[in-house]
Design a protein around this ligand. Sequence first.
Ligand SMILES: Cc1cc2nc3c(=O)[nH]c(=O)nc-3n(C[C@H](O)[C@H](O)[C@H](O)COP(=O)(O)OP(=O)(O)OC[C@H]3O[C@@H](n4cnc5c(N)ncnc54)[C@H](O)[C@@H]3O)c2cc1C
Length: 403
Amino acid sequence: MDISLSPAEQQFREEVRTFLAENLTEDLRKAGRLMTSVFADYEAAMAWQKILHEKKGWAAPHWPKKFGGTDWTVMQHYIYGEECAKAEAPNLLPMGLQMLGPLLCGKGTAEQQQQLLPRILTGEDFWCQGYSEPGSGSDLASLACKAESDGDHFVINGSKIWTTYAHFSNKMFCLVRTDNTGKPQQGITFLLLDMKTPGITVDPIISFTGEHEQNQVFFENVRVPKSGIVGKENDGWTVAKYLLEFERGGNAYGPRMRVAIDKVKRIASRESGSLGGRLIDEPAFRNKLAAAEIELLAVEFSEHRVMAALTHGQNPGAAASMLKIRGTEMSQKITELAVEALGWHALPFQEEALDPRGKPEYLVGHEDGVPVASHYFNTRAASIYGGSNEIQRNIIAKMVLGL
Ligand SMILES: Cc1cc2nc3c(=O)[nH]c(=O)nc-3n(C[C@H](O)[C@H](O)[C@H](O)COP(=O)(O)OP(=O)(O)OC[C@H]3O[C@@H](n4cnc5c(N)ncnc54)[C@H](O)[C@@H]3O)c2cc1C
């Protein structure tokens, strides 16, 4: 594994740094700093995507160049992710750019590619992911949202749940049940639909920190043209598995966590400990911080190892599952340390201050403490979404231990 940077890679880092310094406005950085989950504020994320797309063609650098991506190496992608994290850029929203886009590049028809990919890049279409249902999450193959054939249309009845940002979306990619005979994995179809179609209702799910990210979506006799099928009818399971590779492979945990741990250090240097001095000087807290930094180093090296494998055309296999587990557990641990460092300053819920466009009259504590508690709570979900960590452990048990 060689992780030293070549002169060309160092030059690329400079190019990214300069671009970020010149284009990432203070408003956008603020939205990045206030992120309480992997999903940034919708308006800020879309504004940043527009700048990246129009000025550099960097909205979806991981897409093939012919569809509007770049031909960056795996190391360039990592450098880019690292610089964005350091510059506090808001995350781009992944459903179209990270999930559906690569799927269409690989499995869409020429017509779907021509019509849909440019609109993802420009932000004209904003997609949500309709997979999970009440009763079908980890066991996704049991999904029951029914699509009955009616000529060149399907008629959909049922419900999808936990649909992130469906309330902002004009489009949905989803899995629907088109056949009930055979194994549960058979008879599922991957379908694209317009969220404005009559019969669709989006109900908010508000988290206990008051945030609105997820929704439940209801379908009542919704007519969707069959031209929205990706792949073949009843073969949606194969399509969904292909997409999952991008969903799980697209996370670079290291750079964001390094920024987060630096923030913990900043907070602990400011806050007083129980021994009368600064918290950062107290041995018990220093031990916890050091342990977290060592674990973070291990995650970073694992990430580099996966990258090295990808660069040489190898499939990282179960290592992607291992990274998902360790990456999300570490993220959770760092948010716990941040809450501990902040102490009672983590208690006030400052709704106005959490909104990137909010104008709070006053702040309790320092500005960087505002998102800490909400971030802590929201990060509990990281070990559930994107394939729960228990499911990832099952994958490792099968692929590595042969159980
Ligand atoms: C913040 C957030 C955002 C989400 N966004 C979306 C979205 O945009 N679109 C979408 O379609 N879905 C989304 N989801 C849903 C997510 O994919 C599911 O929550 C996830 O797949 C788990 O399913 P479940 O909630 O039904 O839990 P269950 O599958 O019921 O699992 C409950 C518990 O049992 C464990 N478990 C289940 N099966 C096994 C097993 N075989 N072995 C060992 N343990 C097991 C699980 O790990 C978990 O701890 C989101 C979820 C969250 C929390």
